[in-house]
Write a protein that binds this ligand. Structure first.
Ligand code: C2O
Ligand code: CU
Length: 503
């Protein structure tokens, strides 16, 4: 068939095709620009808003709706500010912490802008006995952004959780805030800032908290791991190797706390070790393990039972920092991390846990992904939760008393240490394989790429609770949502104009 023939039938010429194509491209380009502009616009958080839409209505602020099925119950509303400890109860432990920003130097001589509590970082070790009422007054001396304290792993009452814009306003320079909570559960915990936390935590606004069990009196020592900006890993602020005097034969509970943003492994070269507790909760029937590394998710804790040998020292080791327990200058070998990793789904002995078999009231999926888009107007490759980004991420609504099942799935290419405030999660299964171990309760759970965890928790602590990734820069990049109790409102606000910036 020839061209002449086609022309004769009135088919558009090559030139007119080009014109049509150009127009189509132009229209598509305009549509694309309009669509991207709309995506940008639609991603922006209001300058001021509430985590709980109903509070915004109460307060008369224009909030945005984070989820449509929130607050549909008939519970009377309560303000989170009222969910504290009876002010008439006298404290058993009282601490004042003065928070400052300061130029600090790390071991390599580099200077970074960091933070101190009572003049040092990490801040003082706070110790309480199980059942104690703990009272901590936080004074912000000069931190321009403001600050707060969050009690990582402690199921504090709603008003005491220390999340700026959700459970309180950031404490500005010259101001103070008093935290009061009952140390109901013994265990290893830590505290840290939850205002601009990705900067303040790394910069050193943190410290250890130990709740000792009543009765028992074993020797114990805290091993708080932290990497300061531009520095190497430290143990209680000291880089490299630290030693602690213990007589041969001593049995020591070593409380390891990972305050960094990434996973940390701990191991004990050449000696058996028992993992007594994970994230503050004792494990049932933990047996000795050897040549095995123990995982600590970011924010996570592991209590290890370590025995000082009769003829020297023993080393508790992590990448970059270690602790030698023993008499005098006792040495202890250093080894690379063992290949074998302890699987907490197959460690210890099972014990009755009613929650594992309780009837579930609510089931949620928490699927972590990643895609390009806008997060509060910024273009990037951001984290998604259930396919949503930023202000479109749903929060999880619960009622007091609910048994809540959650499947946490990681469809991204990085590990995410998932942290729910105010509750402990019971791990039921990983990738569909159910636990054959001691009940594994966690508050900081590493979910590796491709993994899926089934967890369950009891909604027994009314409030508005962050449920986020504890690789704190990831939280800034959108890996952050809340578990919201029906009927709980908050008078505190988020957004550019609020002064509160919890991530
Ligand atoms: Cu340790 Cu929301 O934090
Ligand atoms: Cu993450």
């Amino acid at each position: 068939m020839s061209n002449t023939h086609l022309l004769a039938e009135g088919v558009p010429t090559r030139r007119s095709w080009t014109v049509i194509a150009r127009r189509v491209v132009a229209v598509l380009a305009v549509a694309l620009v309009a669509w991207v502009a709309w995506l940008w616009w639609d991603s922006r958080f209001p300058a001021i808003y509430s985590t709980v839409p109903e509070s915004a209505a109460v307060l008369g602020h224009g909030g945005h709706s984070r989820s449509s099925d929130e607050l549909t119950g008939d519970h009377p509303t309560r303000s989170i500010a009222d969910l504290g400890v009876d002010p008439a109860l006298p404290p058993d432990v009282r601490v004042t912490l003065e928070a400052r920003s300061a130029d600090l130097s790390n071991a390599t001589g580099g200077v970074f802008s960091g933070y101190t509590l009572n003049g040092s970082t990490p801040g003082p070790e706070i110790r309480a006995r199980q059942g104690d009422l703990v009272e901590v007054e936080l004074i912000n001396v000069n931190i321009a952004d403001g600050t707060t304290l969050h009690w990582h792993g402690v199921d504090v009452p709603g008003a005491m959780d220390g999340v700026a814009g959700v459970t309180q306003d950031a404490v500005m320079p010259g101001e103070s805030f008093t935290y009061r909570f009952l140390a109901e559960d013994s265990g290893t915990y830590w505290y840290h800032a939850h205002q601009v936390s990705h900067q303040q935590v790394m910069g050193g606004l943190l410290g250890p908290l130990v709740v000792e069990p009543t009765g028992e009196d074993t020797a114990d020592i805290v091993m708080l791991l932290h990497t300061y900006p531009g520095g190497s890993r430290t143990l209680a602020g000291v880089p490299g190797q630290t030693r602690q005097e213990f007589a041969p034969g001593s049995i020591v509970r070593v409380r390891v706390i990972n305050t960094d943003n990434g996973t940390s492994f701990v191991w004990v070269p050449g000696a058996p070790v028992r993992v007594l507790a994970i994230d503050g909760t004792d494990l049932h029937g933990p047996g000795p393990v050897q040549q095995t590394k123990i995982r600590l998710a970011a924010g996570g804790r592991a209590d290890l039972e370590v025995t000082v040998p009769p003829d020297g020292g023993v080393r508790v080791q992590t990448a970059g920092a270690s602790l030698i327990l023993g008499p005098g200058e006792a040495g202890a070998p250093e080894t690379p991390a063992p290949a074998a990793e302890l699987d907490l789904l197959a460690y210890g002995t099972p014990a009755a846990t009613p929650l594992a078999h309780a009837e579930v009231d609510k089931s949620y999926e928490y699927i972590v992904g990643q895609r390009p888009g806008f997060l509060d107007g910024r273009p990037g490759y951001w984290w998604t939760i259930n396919g949503k980004m930023g202000k479109h991420v749903p929060s999880f609504s619960v009622r007091e008393g609910d048994v809540v099942a959650m499947t946490v799935t990681n469809k991204s290419s990085e590990v995410h240490p998932m942290h729910l405030h105010g509750h402990h999660l019971l791990v039921l299964a990983r990738d569909g394989v159910t636990s054959s171990s001691a009940p594994w309760w966690t508050d900081s759970l590493d979910v590796a790429p491709g993994e899926s965890y089934d967890v369950v928790f009891l909604a027994d602590n009314p409030g508005v609770w962050m449920d986020h990734c504890h690789n704190l820069p990831h939280a800034v990049e959108g890996l952050m949502t809340h578990v919201v109790y029906e009927g709980v409102t908050t008078p505190y606000l988020l957004g550019r104009d609020s002064g509160n910036e919890p991530e």
